[in-house]
Design a protein around this ligand. Structure first.
Ligand SMILES: Cc1ncc(COP(=O)(O)O)c(C=O)c1O
Length: 458
């Protein structure tokens, strides 16, 4: 019990610490809360978060690369394990799977970004998602999940967790409030799980409605916000927990695998419980060097998201004018356009992801071949949030874990090309490359394409 208290008090204390660059006149303990209430814009909240300085006064924080931490007196160790001392009580640490100063600092930035009380950073998006689900849903518990989720999450909920811990998941069309209400089992459903913008179909979840349904049933709403950092802040709309694959837009470099769990301090504390916490005991710990790298990238996430969104919006409307079947929630005729506008933070657009449905996998592959190998518009690769445009045929790649009938129900057609729109090069240079690749693809197989083209045109 002493250990439980230790963990919870450590994180709570972290959150209460005064911001170093806050000019608010309130008492030190109230400042973070006030700052968060005032800063509805995630960029403002990020800038208001405490700035860590380096050991020698450096403008960047130092990297605490140690796995373990020494004490001067034996009694200090006892007091650390008893919870009398800790990160915020004497700046003392035990072991980096528990708390590491550099990883904690990144957690503070993530909490500011998502407007949550606390956040903890993990080694991957999947470890963030699996740890949260294992923490919130006990053995045999029930989850109501969106039909359209990242393939790995779908496999976790439909195969791994049922096998490993008897968790049962019901997949529903989360657009249909009645269906979600019918799927929720009072007293059994622990979590309603959705992606803000679904991978890969870009359906936008109605977060306030889903939060109401989850809360009416005593369940938590967990939202994967990987596709829309800055654009939407699910916790500000009623979600209880926000998870991220930080490997994507937040990293921006396609060079790091990382994740984050943003939520109430009580959840993060429970997950760090020395006896029962999923994070503490499964150990998906982020390396301090990685945390440092990421903390250097968060300050320009707002700028990057604005440009990803600007280009995706422009390409989506130009593709539409060419007669392609394009899905982009920023287009006024997208079924969830108004919903996204109502939920979005002003100034960050509709995100950097778009989908073009080429009708068949063969046409999708030929288009991607020319886009990469002939005109160099982008790269055939899974993942997203890179400065280069990345494209993949979802049905045969990131959603291939889903059985074909589930893919069809989720609206993932075989010719769906998912694009993460990059921002390097000029917009016009890239657009010319796109048009040339499309023309080459259409010239090469006019007969074979005639039937499919009918399908592709809007
Ligand atoms: C929406 C979404 N969530 C979670 C993940 C898993 O993240 P990671 O690869 O960082 O484990 C992905 C990966 O593609 C994803 O697209």
């Amino acid at each position: 019990m002493a250990h439980v208290m230790a963990a919870s008090e450590l994180v709570a204390a972290t959150i209460k610490r005064p911001l170093q660059n806050d000019d608010d006149n309130g008492s030190a303990d109230e400042k973070p809360k006030l700052a968060r209430r005032r800063e509805a814009d995630p960029a403002a909240a990020l800038a208001a978060a405490r700035h860590e300085f380096g050991e020698h006064g450096g403008v960047n924080m130092s990297i605490e690369a140690s796995a373990t931490f020494t004490v001067m007196e034996p009694d200090t160790m006892r007091r650390l394990f008893a919870g009398e001392l800790g990160p915020e009580r004497g700046d003392l640490y035990i072991y980096s799977r528990h708390f590491n100063p550099t990883v904690l600092a990144l957690g503070r930035q993530m909490a500011a970004l998502e407007g949550t009380e606390a956040a903890y950073c993990t080694a991957s998006g999947m470890s963030a998602i699996s740890s949260v689900l294992m923490q919130l849903v006990g053995a045999g518990g029930h989850v109501v999940a969106s039909r359209c989720l990242y393939g790995g999450t779908h496999a976790l909920l439909s195969r791994f967790l049922p096998r490993a811990s008897g968790v049962r998941a019901t997949f529903v069309d989360v657009d249909d409030e009645a269906a979600v209400r019918a799927a929720v089992r009072h007293g059994e459903t622990r979590v309603v799980y959705v992606e803000t913008m679904s991978n890969p179909t870009l359906a936008v979840a109605d977060i306030p409605m889903l939060a109401r349904v989850a809360h009416d049933a005593g369940a938590k709403l967990v939202v994967d916000n990987t596709f829309t950092p800055m654009v939407v802040s699910p916790a500000r709309l009623g979600a209880d927990v926000v998870v991220h694959s930080v490997s994507k837009f937040i990293s921006g470099g396609a060079d790091i695998i990382a994740g984050a769990i943003c939520g109430p301090a009580s959840l993060v504390n429970a997950m760090m419980d020395l006896q029962e916490g999923a994070l503490m005991l499964l150990g998906p710990t982020m390396n301090a060097k990685v945390a440092f790298e990421l903390s250097e990238r968060l300050p320009h996430l707002p700028l990057r998201m604005q440009e990803h969104s600007r280009r995706a919006a422009e390409y989506a409307s130009r593709m539409r004018r060419l007669g392609l079947r394009v899905a982009y929630p920023g287009l006024p005729d997208h079924p969830h356009h108004a919903r996204l506008l109502a939920m979005a933070n002003p100034g960050y657009g509709a995100g950097g992801m778009l989908c073009v449905d080429m009708g068949t996998e063969d046409r999708a592959n030929r288009l991607m071949h020319h886009l990469q190998n002939t005109t160099r518009f982008g790269l055939m690769a899974v993942s997203l949030g890179y400065y280069e445009t990345l494209m993949s045929c979802s049905g045969s790649s990131t959603s291939s874990e889903m059985p074909p009938e589930d893919r069809a129900r989720a609206g993932i057609s075989p010719g769906l090309v998912r694009m993460s729109v990059g921002y390097n090069g000029t917009l016009e240079q890239r657009w010319a490359q796109f048009e040339r690749a499309l023309a080459l693809m259409q010239q090469q197989h006019p007969d074979r394409d005639a039937a499919a083209a009918k399908y592709c045109k809007v």
